[in-house]
Write a protein that binds this ligand. Structure first.
Ligand code: SF4
Ligand code: SF4
Ligand code: SF4
Length: 206
């Protein structure tokens, strides 16, 4: 089977799973401790492999940006900011989509139904985080789904599972017994571009 066919099959399977989970009560999110990130980019490779993201610099669901770079010999320090779709509670990409191809699942994951996407790219313009790309595999806009195909199996997204220093923790933000809930209760954290009013479900520990 070609990579394009695999990507299409995955997109279709995720639409079906979202329908099956239409009464789900979870609110999935990720808590990140970026101070642990060593810029190995294993997360970006795992994401591409898991989700059949086409090769090429401009095809990506997640990325790792250099956050700060300090050098005053002999002291050198660098820090990194891994990121992806913020799975906004108030997602402008969904609000602007004229065909409802972009939508939010019951458990709060923003997805794209490739069958309904007309590639108008309004959503790409509306997203303040540059989290979407045009997939030549699905001939639609594509983005992070928190590896939705793993939801029924209870597995973490590929980026979470593969990270050697465990920068990301994935879980249900509604569940007081979850690791993400505990981390947010015990740490100060921030979200990216809070002034945009998007209410991201990726939380960055300060
Ligand atoms: S796998 Fe983890 S440590 Fe490596 S770049 Fe990604 S977030 Fe950073
Ligand atoms: S980060 Fe961008 S693509 Fe993701 S939900 Fe928010 S607006 Fe939409
Ligand atoms: S490109 Fe597709 S997903 Fe984006 S706004 Fe247009 S129809 Fe909706």
């Amino acid at each position: 089977m070609s990579e394009n066919s695999r990507a299409l099959k995955l997109a279709e399977a995720n639409q079906k799973l979202a329908h099956k989970r239409r009464n789900a009560k979870e609110k999935w999110g990720i808590v990140l401790d970026t101070s642990k990130c060593i810029d190995c980019k294993a997360c970006t490779v795992a994401c591409k492999m898991e989700n059949y993201v086409p090769v090429g610099f401009y095809n990506y669901r997640i990325w790792v940006a250099e956050d700060t770079h300090y050098a005053n010999y002999p002291t050198i320090s660098r820090s990194f900011q891994p990121s992806q779709c913020q799975q906004c509670e108030n997602p402008p990409c969904v609000h602007v989509c004229p065909t409802h191809a972009s939508y939010k699942t019951a458990d709060g994951v923003v997805m794209v139904d490739a069958d309904k996407c007309i590639l108008c790219k309004y959503c790409m313009t509306a997203c303040p985080y540059d989290a979407r790309y045009e997939s030549h595999s699905t001939e639609a806009i594509d983005k992070c789904t928190f590896c939705y195909q793993r939801r029924d199996e209870g597995r973490d997204p590929a980026c979470v599972e593969t990270c050697p220093p465990k920068v990301r923790v994935f879980g249900d933000l509604n569940d007081p017994n979850s690791e993400v809930y505990r981390l947010l209760a015990e740490n100060e954290y921030t979200v990216l571009k809070p002034g945009k009013g998007t209410k991201p479900k990726l939380k960055y520990i300060k």
